[in-house]
Design a protein. Structure first.
Length: 266
């Protein structure tokens, strides 16, 4: 095989949330070499301004694609995608796959017509989400709730730390307190961190609520954009972090479970 077969897919997130997307990608493209990038120096994104996020993400991905030469970039982060996708596409010359809240499939799933959406504060206020709602859920009720605590909870969970179920309960209570919230039967997990704590969220919401996220759709989009390409893994897949931290070693089991057997700091 040629060197092109070993060109990686670069998967980018603010932290470990994108591992939920990587799991979906592994299921359909197990041979694809991957470099997973966690911008832990910039985490969390949810409290930053749109200008900060757009500049940071486009700058980082510009430098990383120049150095790492990926065949495709996946922004496995709803906040970064809803804010910076256009800016990134302006500066990169490789295919870009973004992550958007799974409002369309949620609208098809709901029986009560009331959908909850959990995301970061930055994601839930975006016009991109307004447009998805207008296009796919105009005849539904979409209730949005910003829950930055869940990002922290997921990061701790993947480091093997005990997590407080109260954060998940607050997320459920916040949605249900909104007008019509007691009728929610479908919840969009509009942050890639949140599927990592789906068990805790399931206990908080109870058995009558189903969750939907965009990971499977993202994986299928990557499949379509790499159709006919050869894949060859010539070295173990890599997890890159933008800042060295003492607790990165705590992530080793979760990274290994995701097939990321090398770590480095960019």
């Amino acid at each position: 095989m040629s060197g092109a077969a070993s060109k990686p897919i670069l998967m980018f997130d603010s932290g470990v949330g994108g591992l939920s997307v990587l799991a979906a990608l592994r299921a359909v493209l197990p041979a694809a070499p991957v470099i997973y990038v966690a911008d832990n120096a910039g985490l969390p994104y949810g409290g930053k301004s749109e200008a900060e996020i757009a500049a940071r993400v486009s700058g980082l991905l510009g430098r990383m694609t120049e150095r790492l030469r990926p065949r495709l970039v996946c922004i496995a982060c709803n906040t970064a995608s809803t804010i910076a996708l256009a800016a990134v596409r302006d500066v990169l010359e490789v295919p870009i796959v973004g992550t958007v809240p799974a409002i369309k499939p949620a609208a098809a799933m709901t029986r009560t017509g009331v959908i909850g959406l959990l995301g970061t504060e930055a994601t839930i206020r975006q016009g991109y989400v307004d447009r998805l709602e207008a296009q796919f859920a105009a005849d539904k009720i979409l209730l949005r709730h910003g829950v930055p605590d869940l990002v922290t909870m997921a990061e701790a969970h993947l480091r093997g730390r005990p997590v407080d179920p109260a954060a998940a309960m607050r997320a459920a209570d916040g949605l249900r307190a909104m007008p019509g919230g007691e009728r929610i039967d479908t919840v969009v997990l509009a942050c890639t961190h949140f599927p990592l704590i789906a068990d805790q969220l399931g206990m908080a919401f109870g058995p009558g609520v189903r969750f939907i996220d965009g990971a499977a759709g993202i994986a299928q989009r990557i499949v379509s954009l790499t159709q006919g390409q050869a894949f060859e893994r010539t070295e173990p897949d890599l997890a890159l972090f933008t800042r060295d931290e003492p607790d990165l070693t705590d992530l080793a089991p979760a990274l290994a479970a995701a097939g990321l057997h090398r770590t480095a700091v960019f």
